[in-house]
Design a protein around this ligand. Structure first.
Ligand code: GLN
Length: 189
C-alpha cells in the first residue's frame, strides 16, 4: 500500500512539498487539525515562519496529538522553520517548539546579506551528484545532540540531520526538481 504522508498546512510553503511527495509516488494529505493526523505514515513540517506555525499549532490543539505520534515513532521531516520547530532549543527566542530533535538552532543565522542563497552541495547520503540547496532566512545548528546523525553539511555547518525517525533540513528541497531528499524521507517510513 502506498504510504500516506501528511504535510502540515497551517502556514508556509506546503504546496511544493505536496507536489514533490506526490511526484515521488506518495499519497499526501494536508494537515490542519488533530484529526487530520489519523492514518498518516509520516508528517512533513514545511518552512515558513516558525513563530506563526507554533501559534497555530497551539491554537488548533495539535501539539499533544502530534507529540504522541512523534514519540510513538511516526517519521517526521522538518524543513527550515520545520527544523526550528522540531529542535530542543532555539537560541535567544522564547517561542514554542516541539523539542523532539536534540539540536540547538539559531534562527536567521546567515545574516542579512545572505537572507536567500543557494549552492550546489555534495550530500553524500544522497549520492555523488550535488544537490541544489536553497536557503531562505535559514537557521543554523549550533549544537548537535550525541544521537543526531549528520547527513549533510554546507561550509562546515550541519544542514541535513537525522535522529531515529526524525529528519531535518535547513534548506528547501521542495524548491528544486530533485526528489532525492523527499525520497530519503519516504525510505524512512
Ligand atoms: N526564518 C524563519 C523562522 O525563523 C524560517 C525561514 C524558512 O522557513 N524559510 O521561522
Amino acid at each position: 500500500m502506498t504510504k500516506l504522508i501528511g504535510v502540515l498546512a497551517l502556514q508556509g510553503g506546503f504546496h511544493k512539498h505536496v507536489e514533490a511527495l506526490s511526484r515521488s509516488g506518495s499519497r499526501t494529505k494536508e494537515v490542519r487539525t488533530a484529526s487530520d493526523l489519523k492514518g498518516l505514515d509520516g508528517l512533513l513540517i514545511p518552512g515558513g515562519e516558525s513563530t506563526a506555525i507554533a501559534k497555530l499549532l497551539v491554537n488548533f490543539g495539535i501539539i499533544d496529538p502530534l507529540l504522541r505520534r512523534i514519540n510513538s515513532g511516526m517519521p517526521v521531516f522538518g524543513t527550515c522553520a520545520g527544523m526550528i520547530l522540531l529542535s530542543t532549543e532555539i537560541s535567544g527566542y522564547d517561542q514554542f517548539h516541539l523539542g523532539c530533535l536534540d539540536i540547538s538552532v539559531e534562527r536567521n543565522a546567515y545574516g542579512r546579506q545572505l537572507e536567500s542563497f543557494e549552492s550546489e552541495t555534495l550530500i553524500s547520503s544522497l549520492g555523488q551528484e550535488p544537490f541544489r540547496t536553497i536557503f531562505i532566512r535559514a537557521p543554523k545548528i549550533t549544537r548537535l545532540g550525541e544521537n543526531v546523525e549528520v547527513l549533510g553539511t554546507y561550509k562546515g555547518s550541519e544542514i541535513f540531520v537525522r535522529q531515529d525517525s526524525i529528519l531535518a533540513a535547513s534548506f528547501h528541497p521542495e524548491l528544486t526538481d530533485d526528489l532525492r531528499v523527499h525520497e530519503y524521507f519516504i525510505s524512512m517510513l
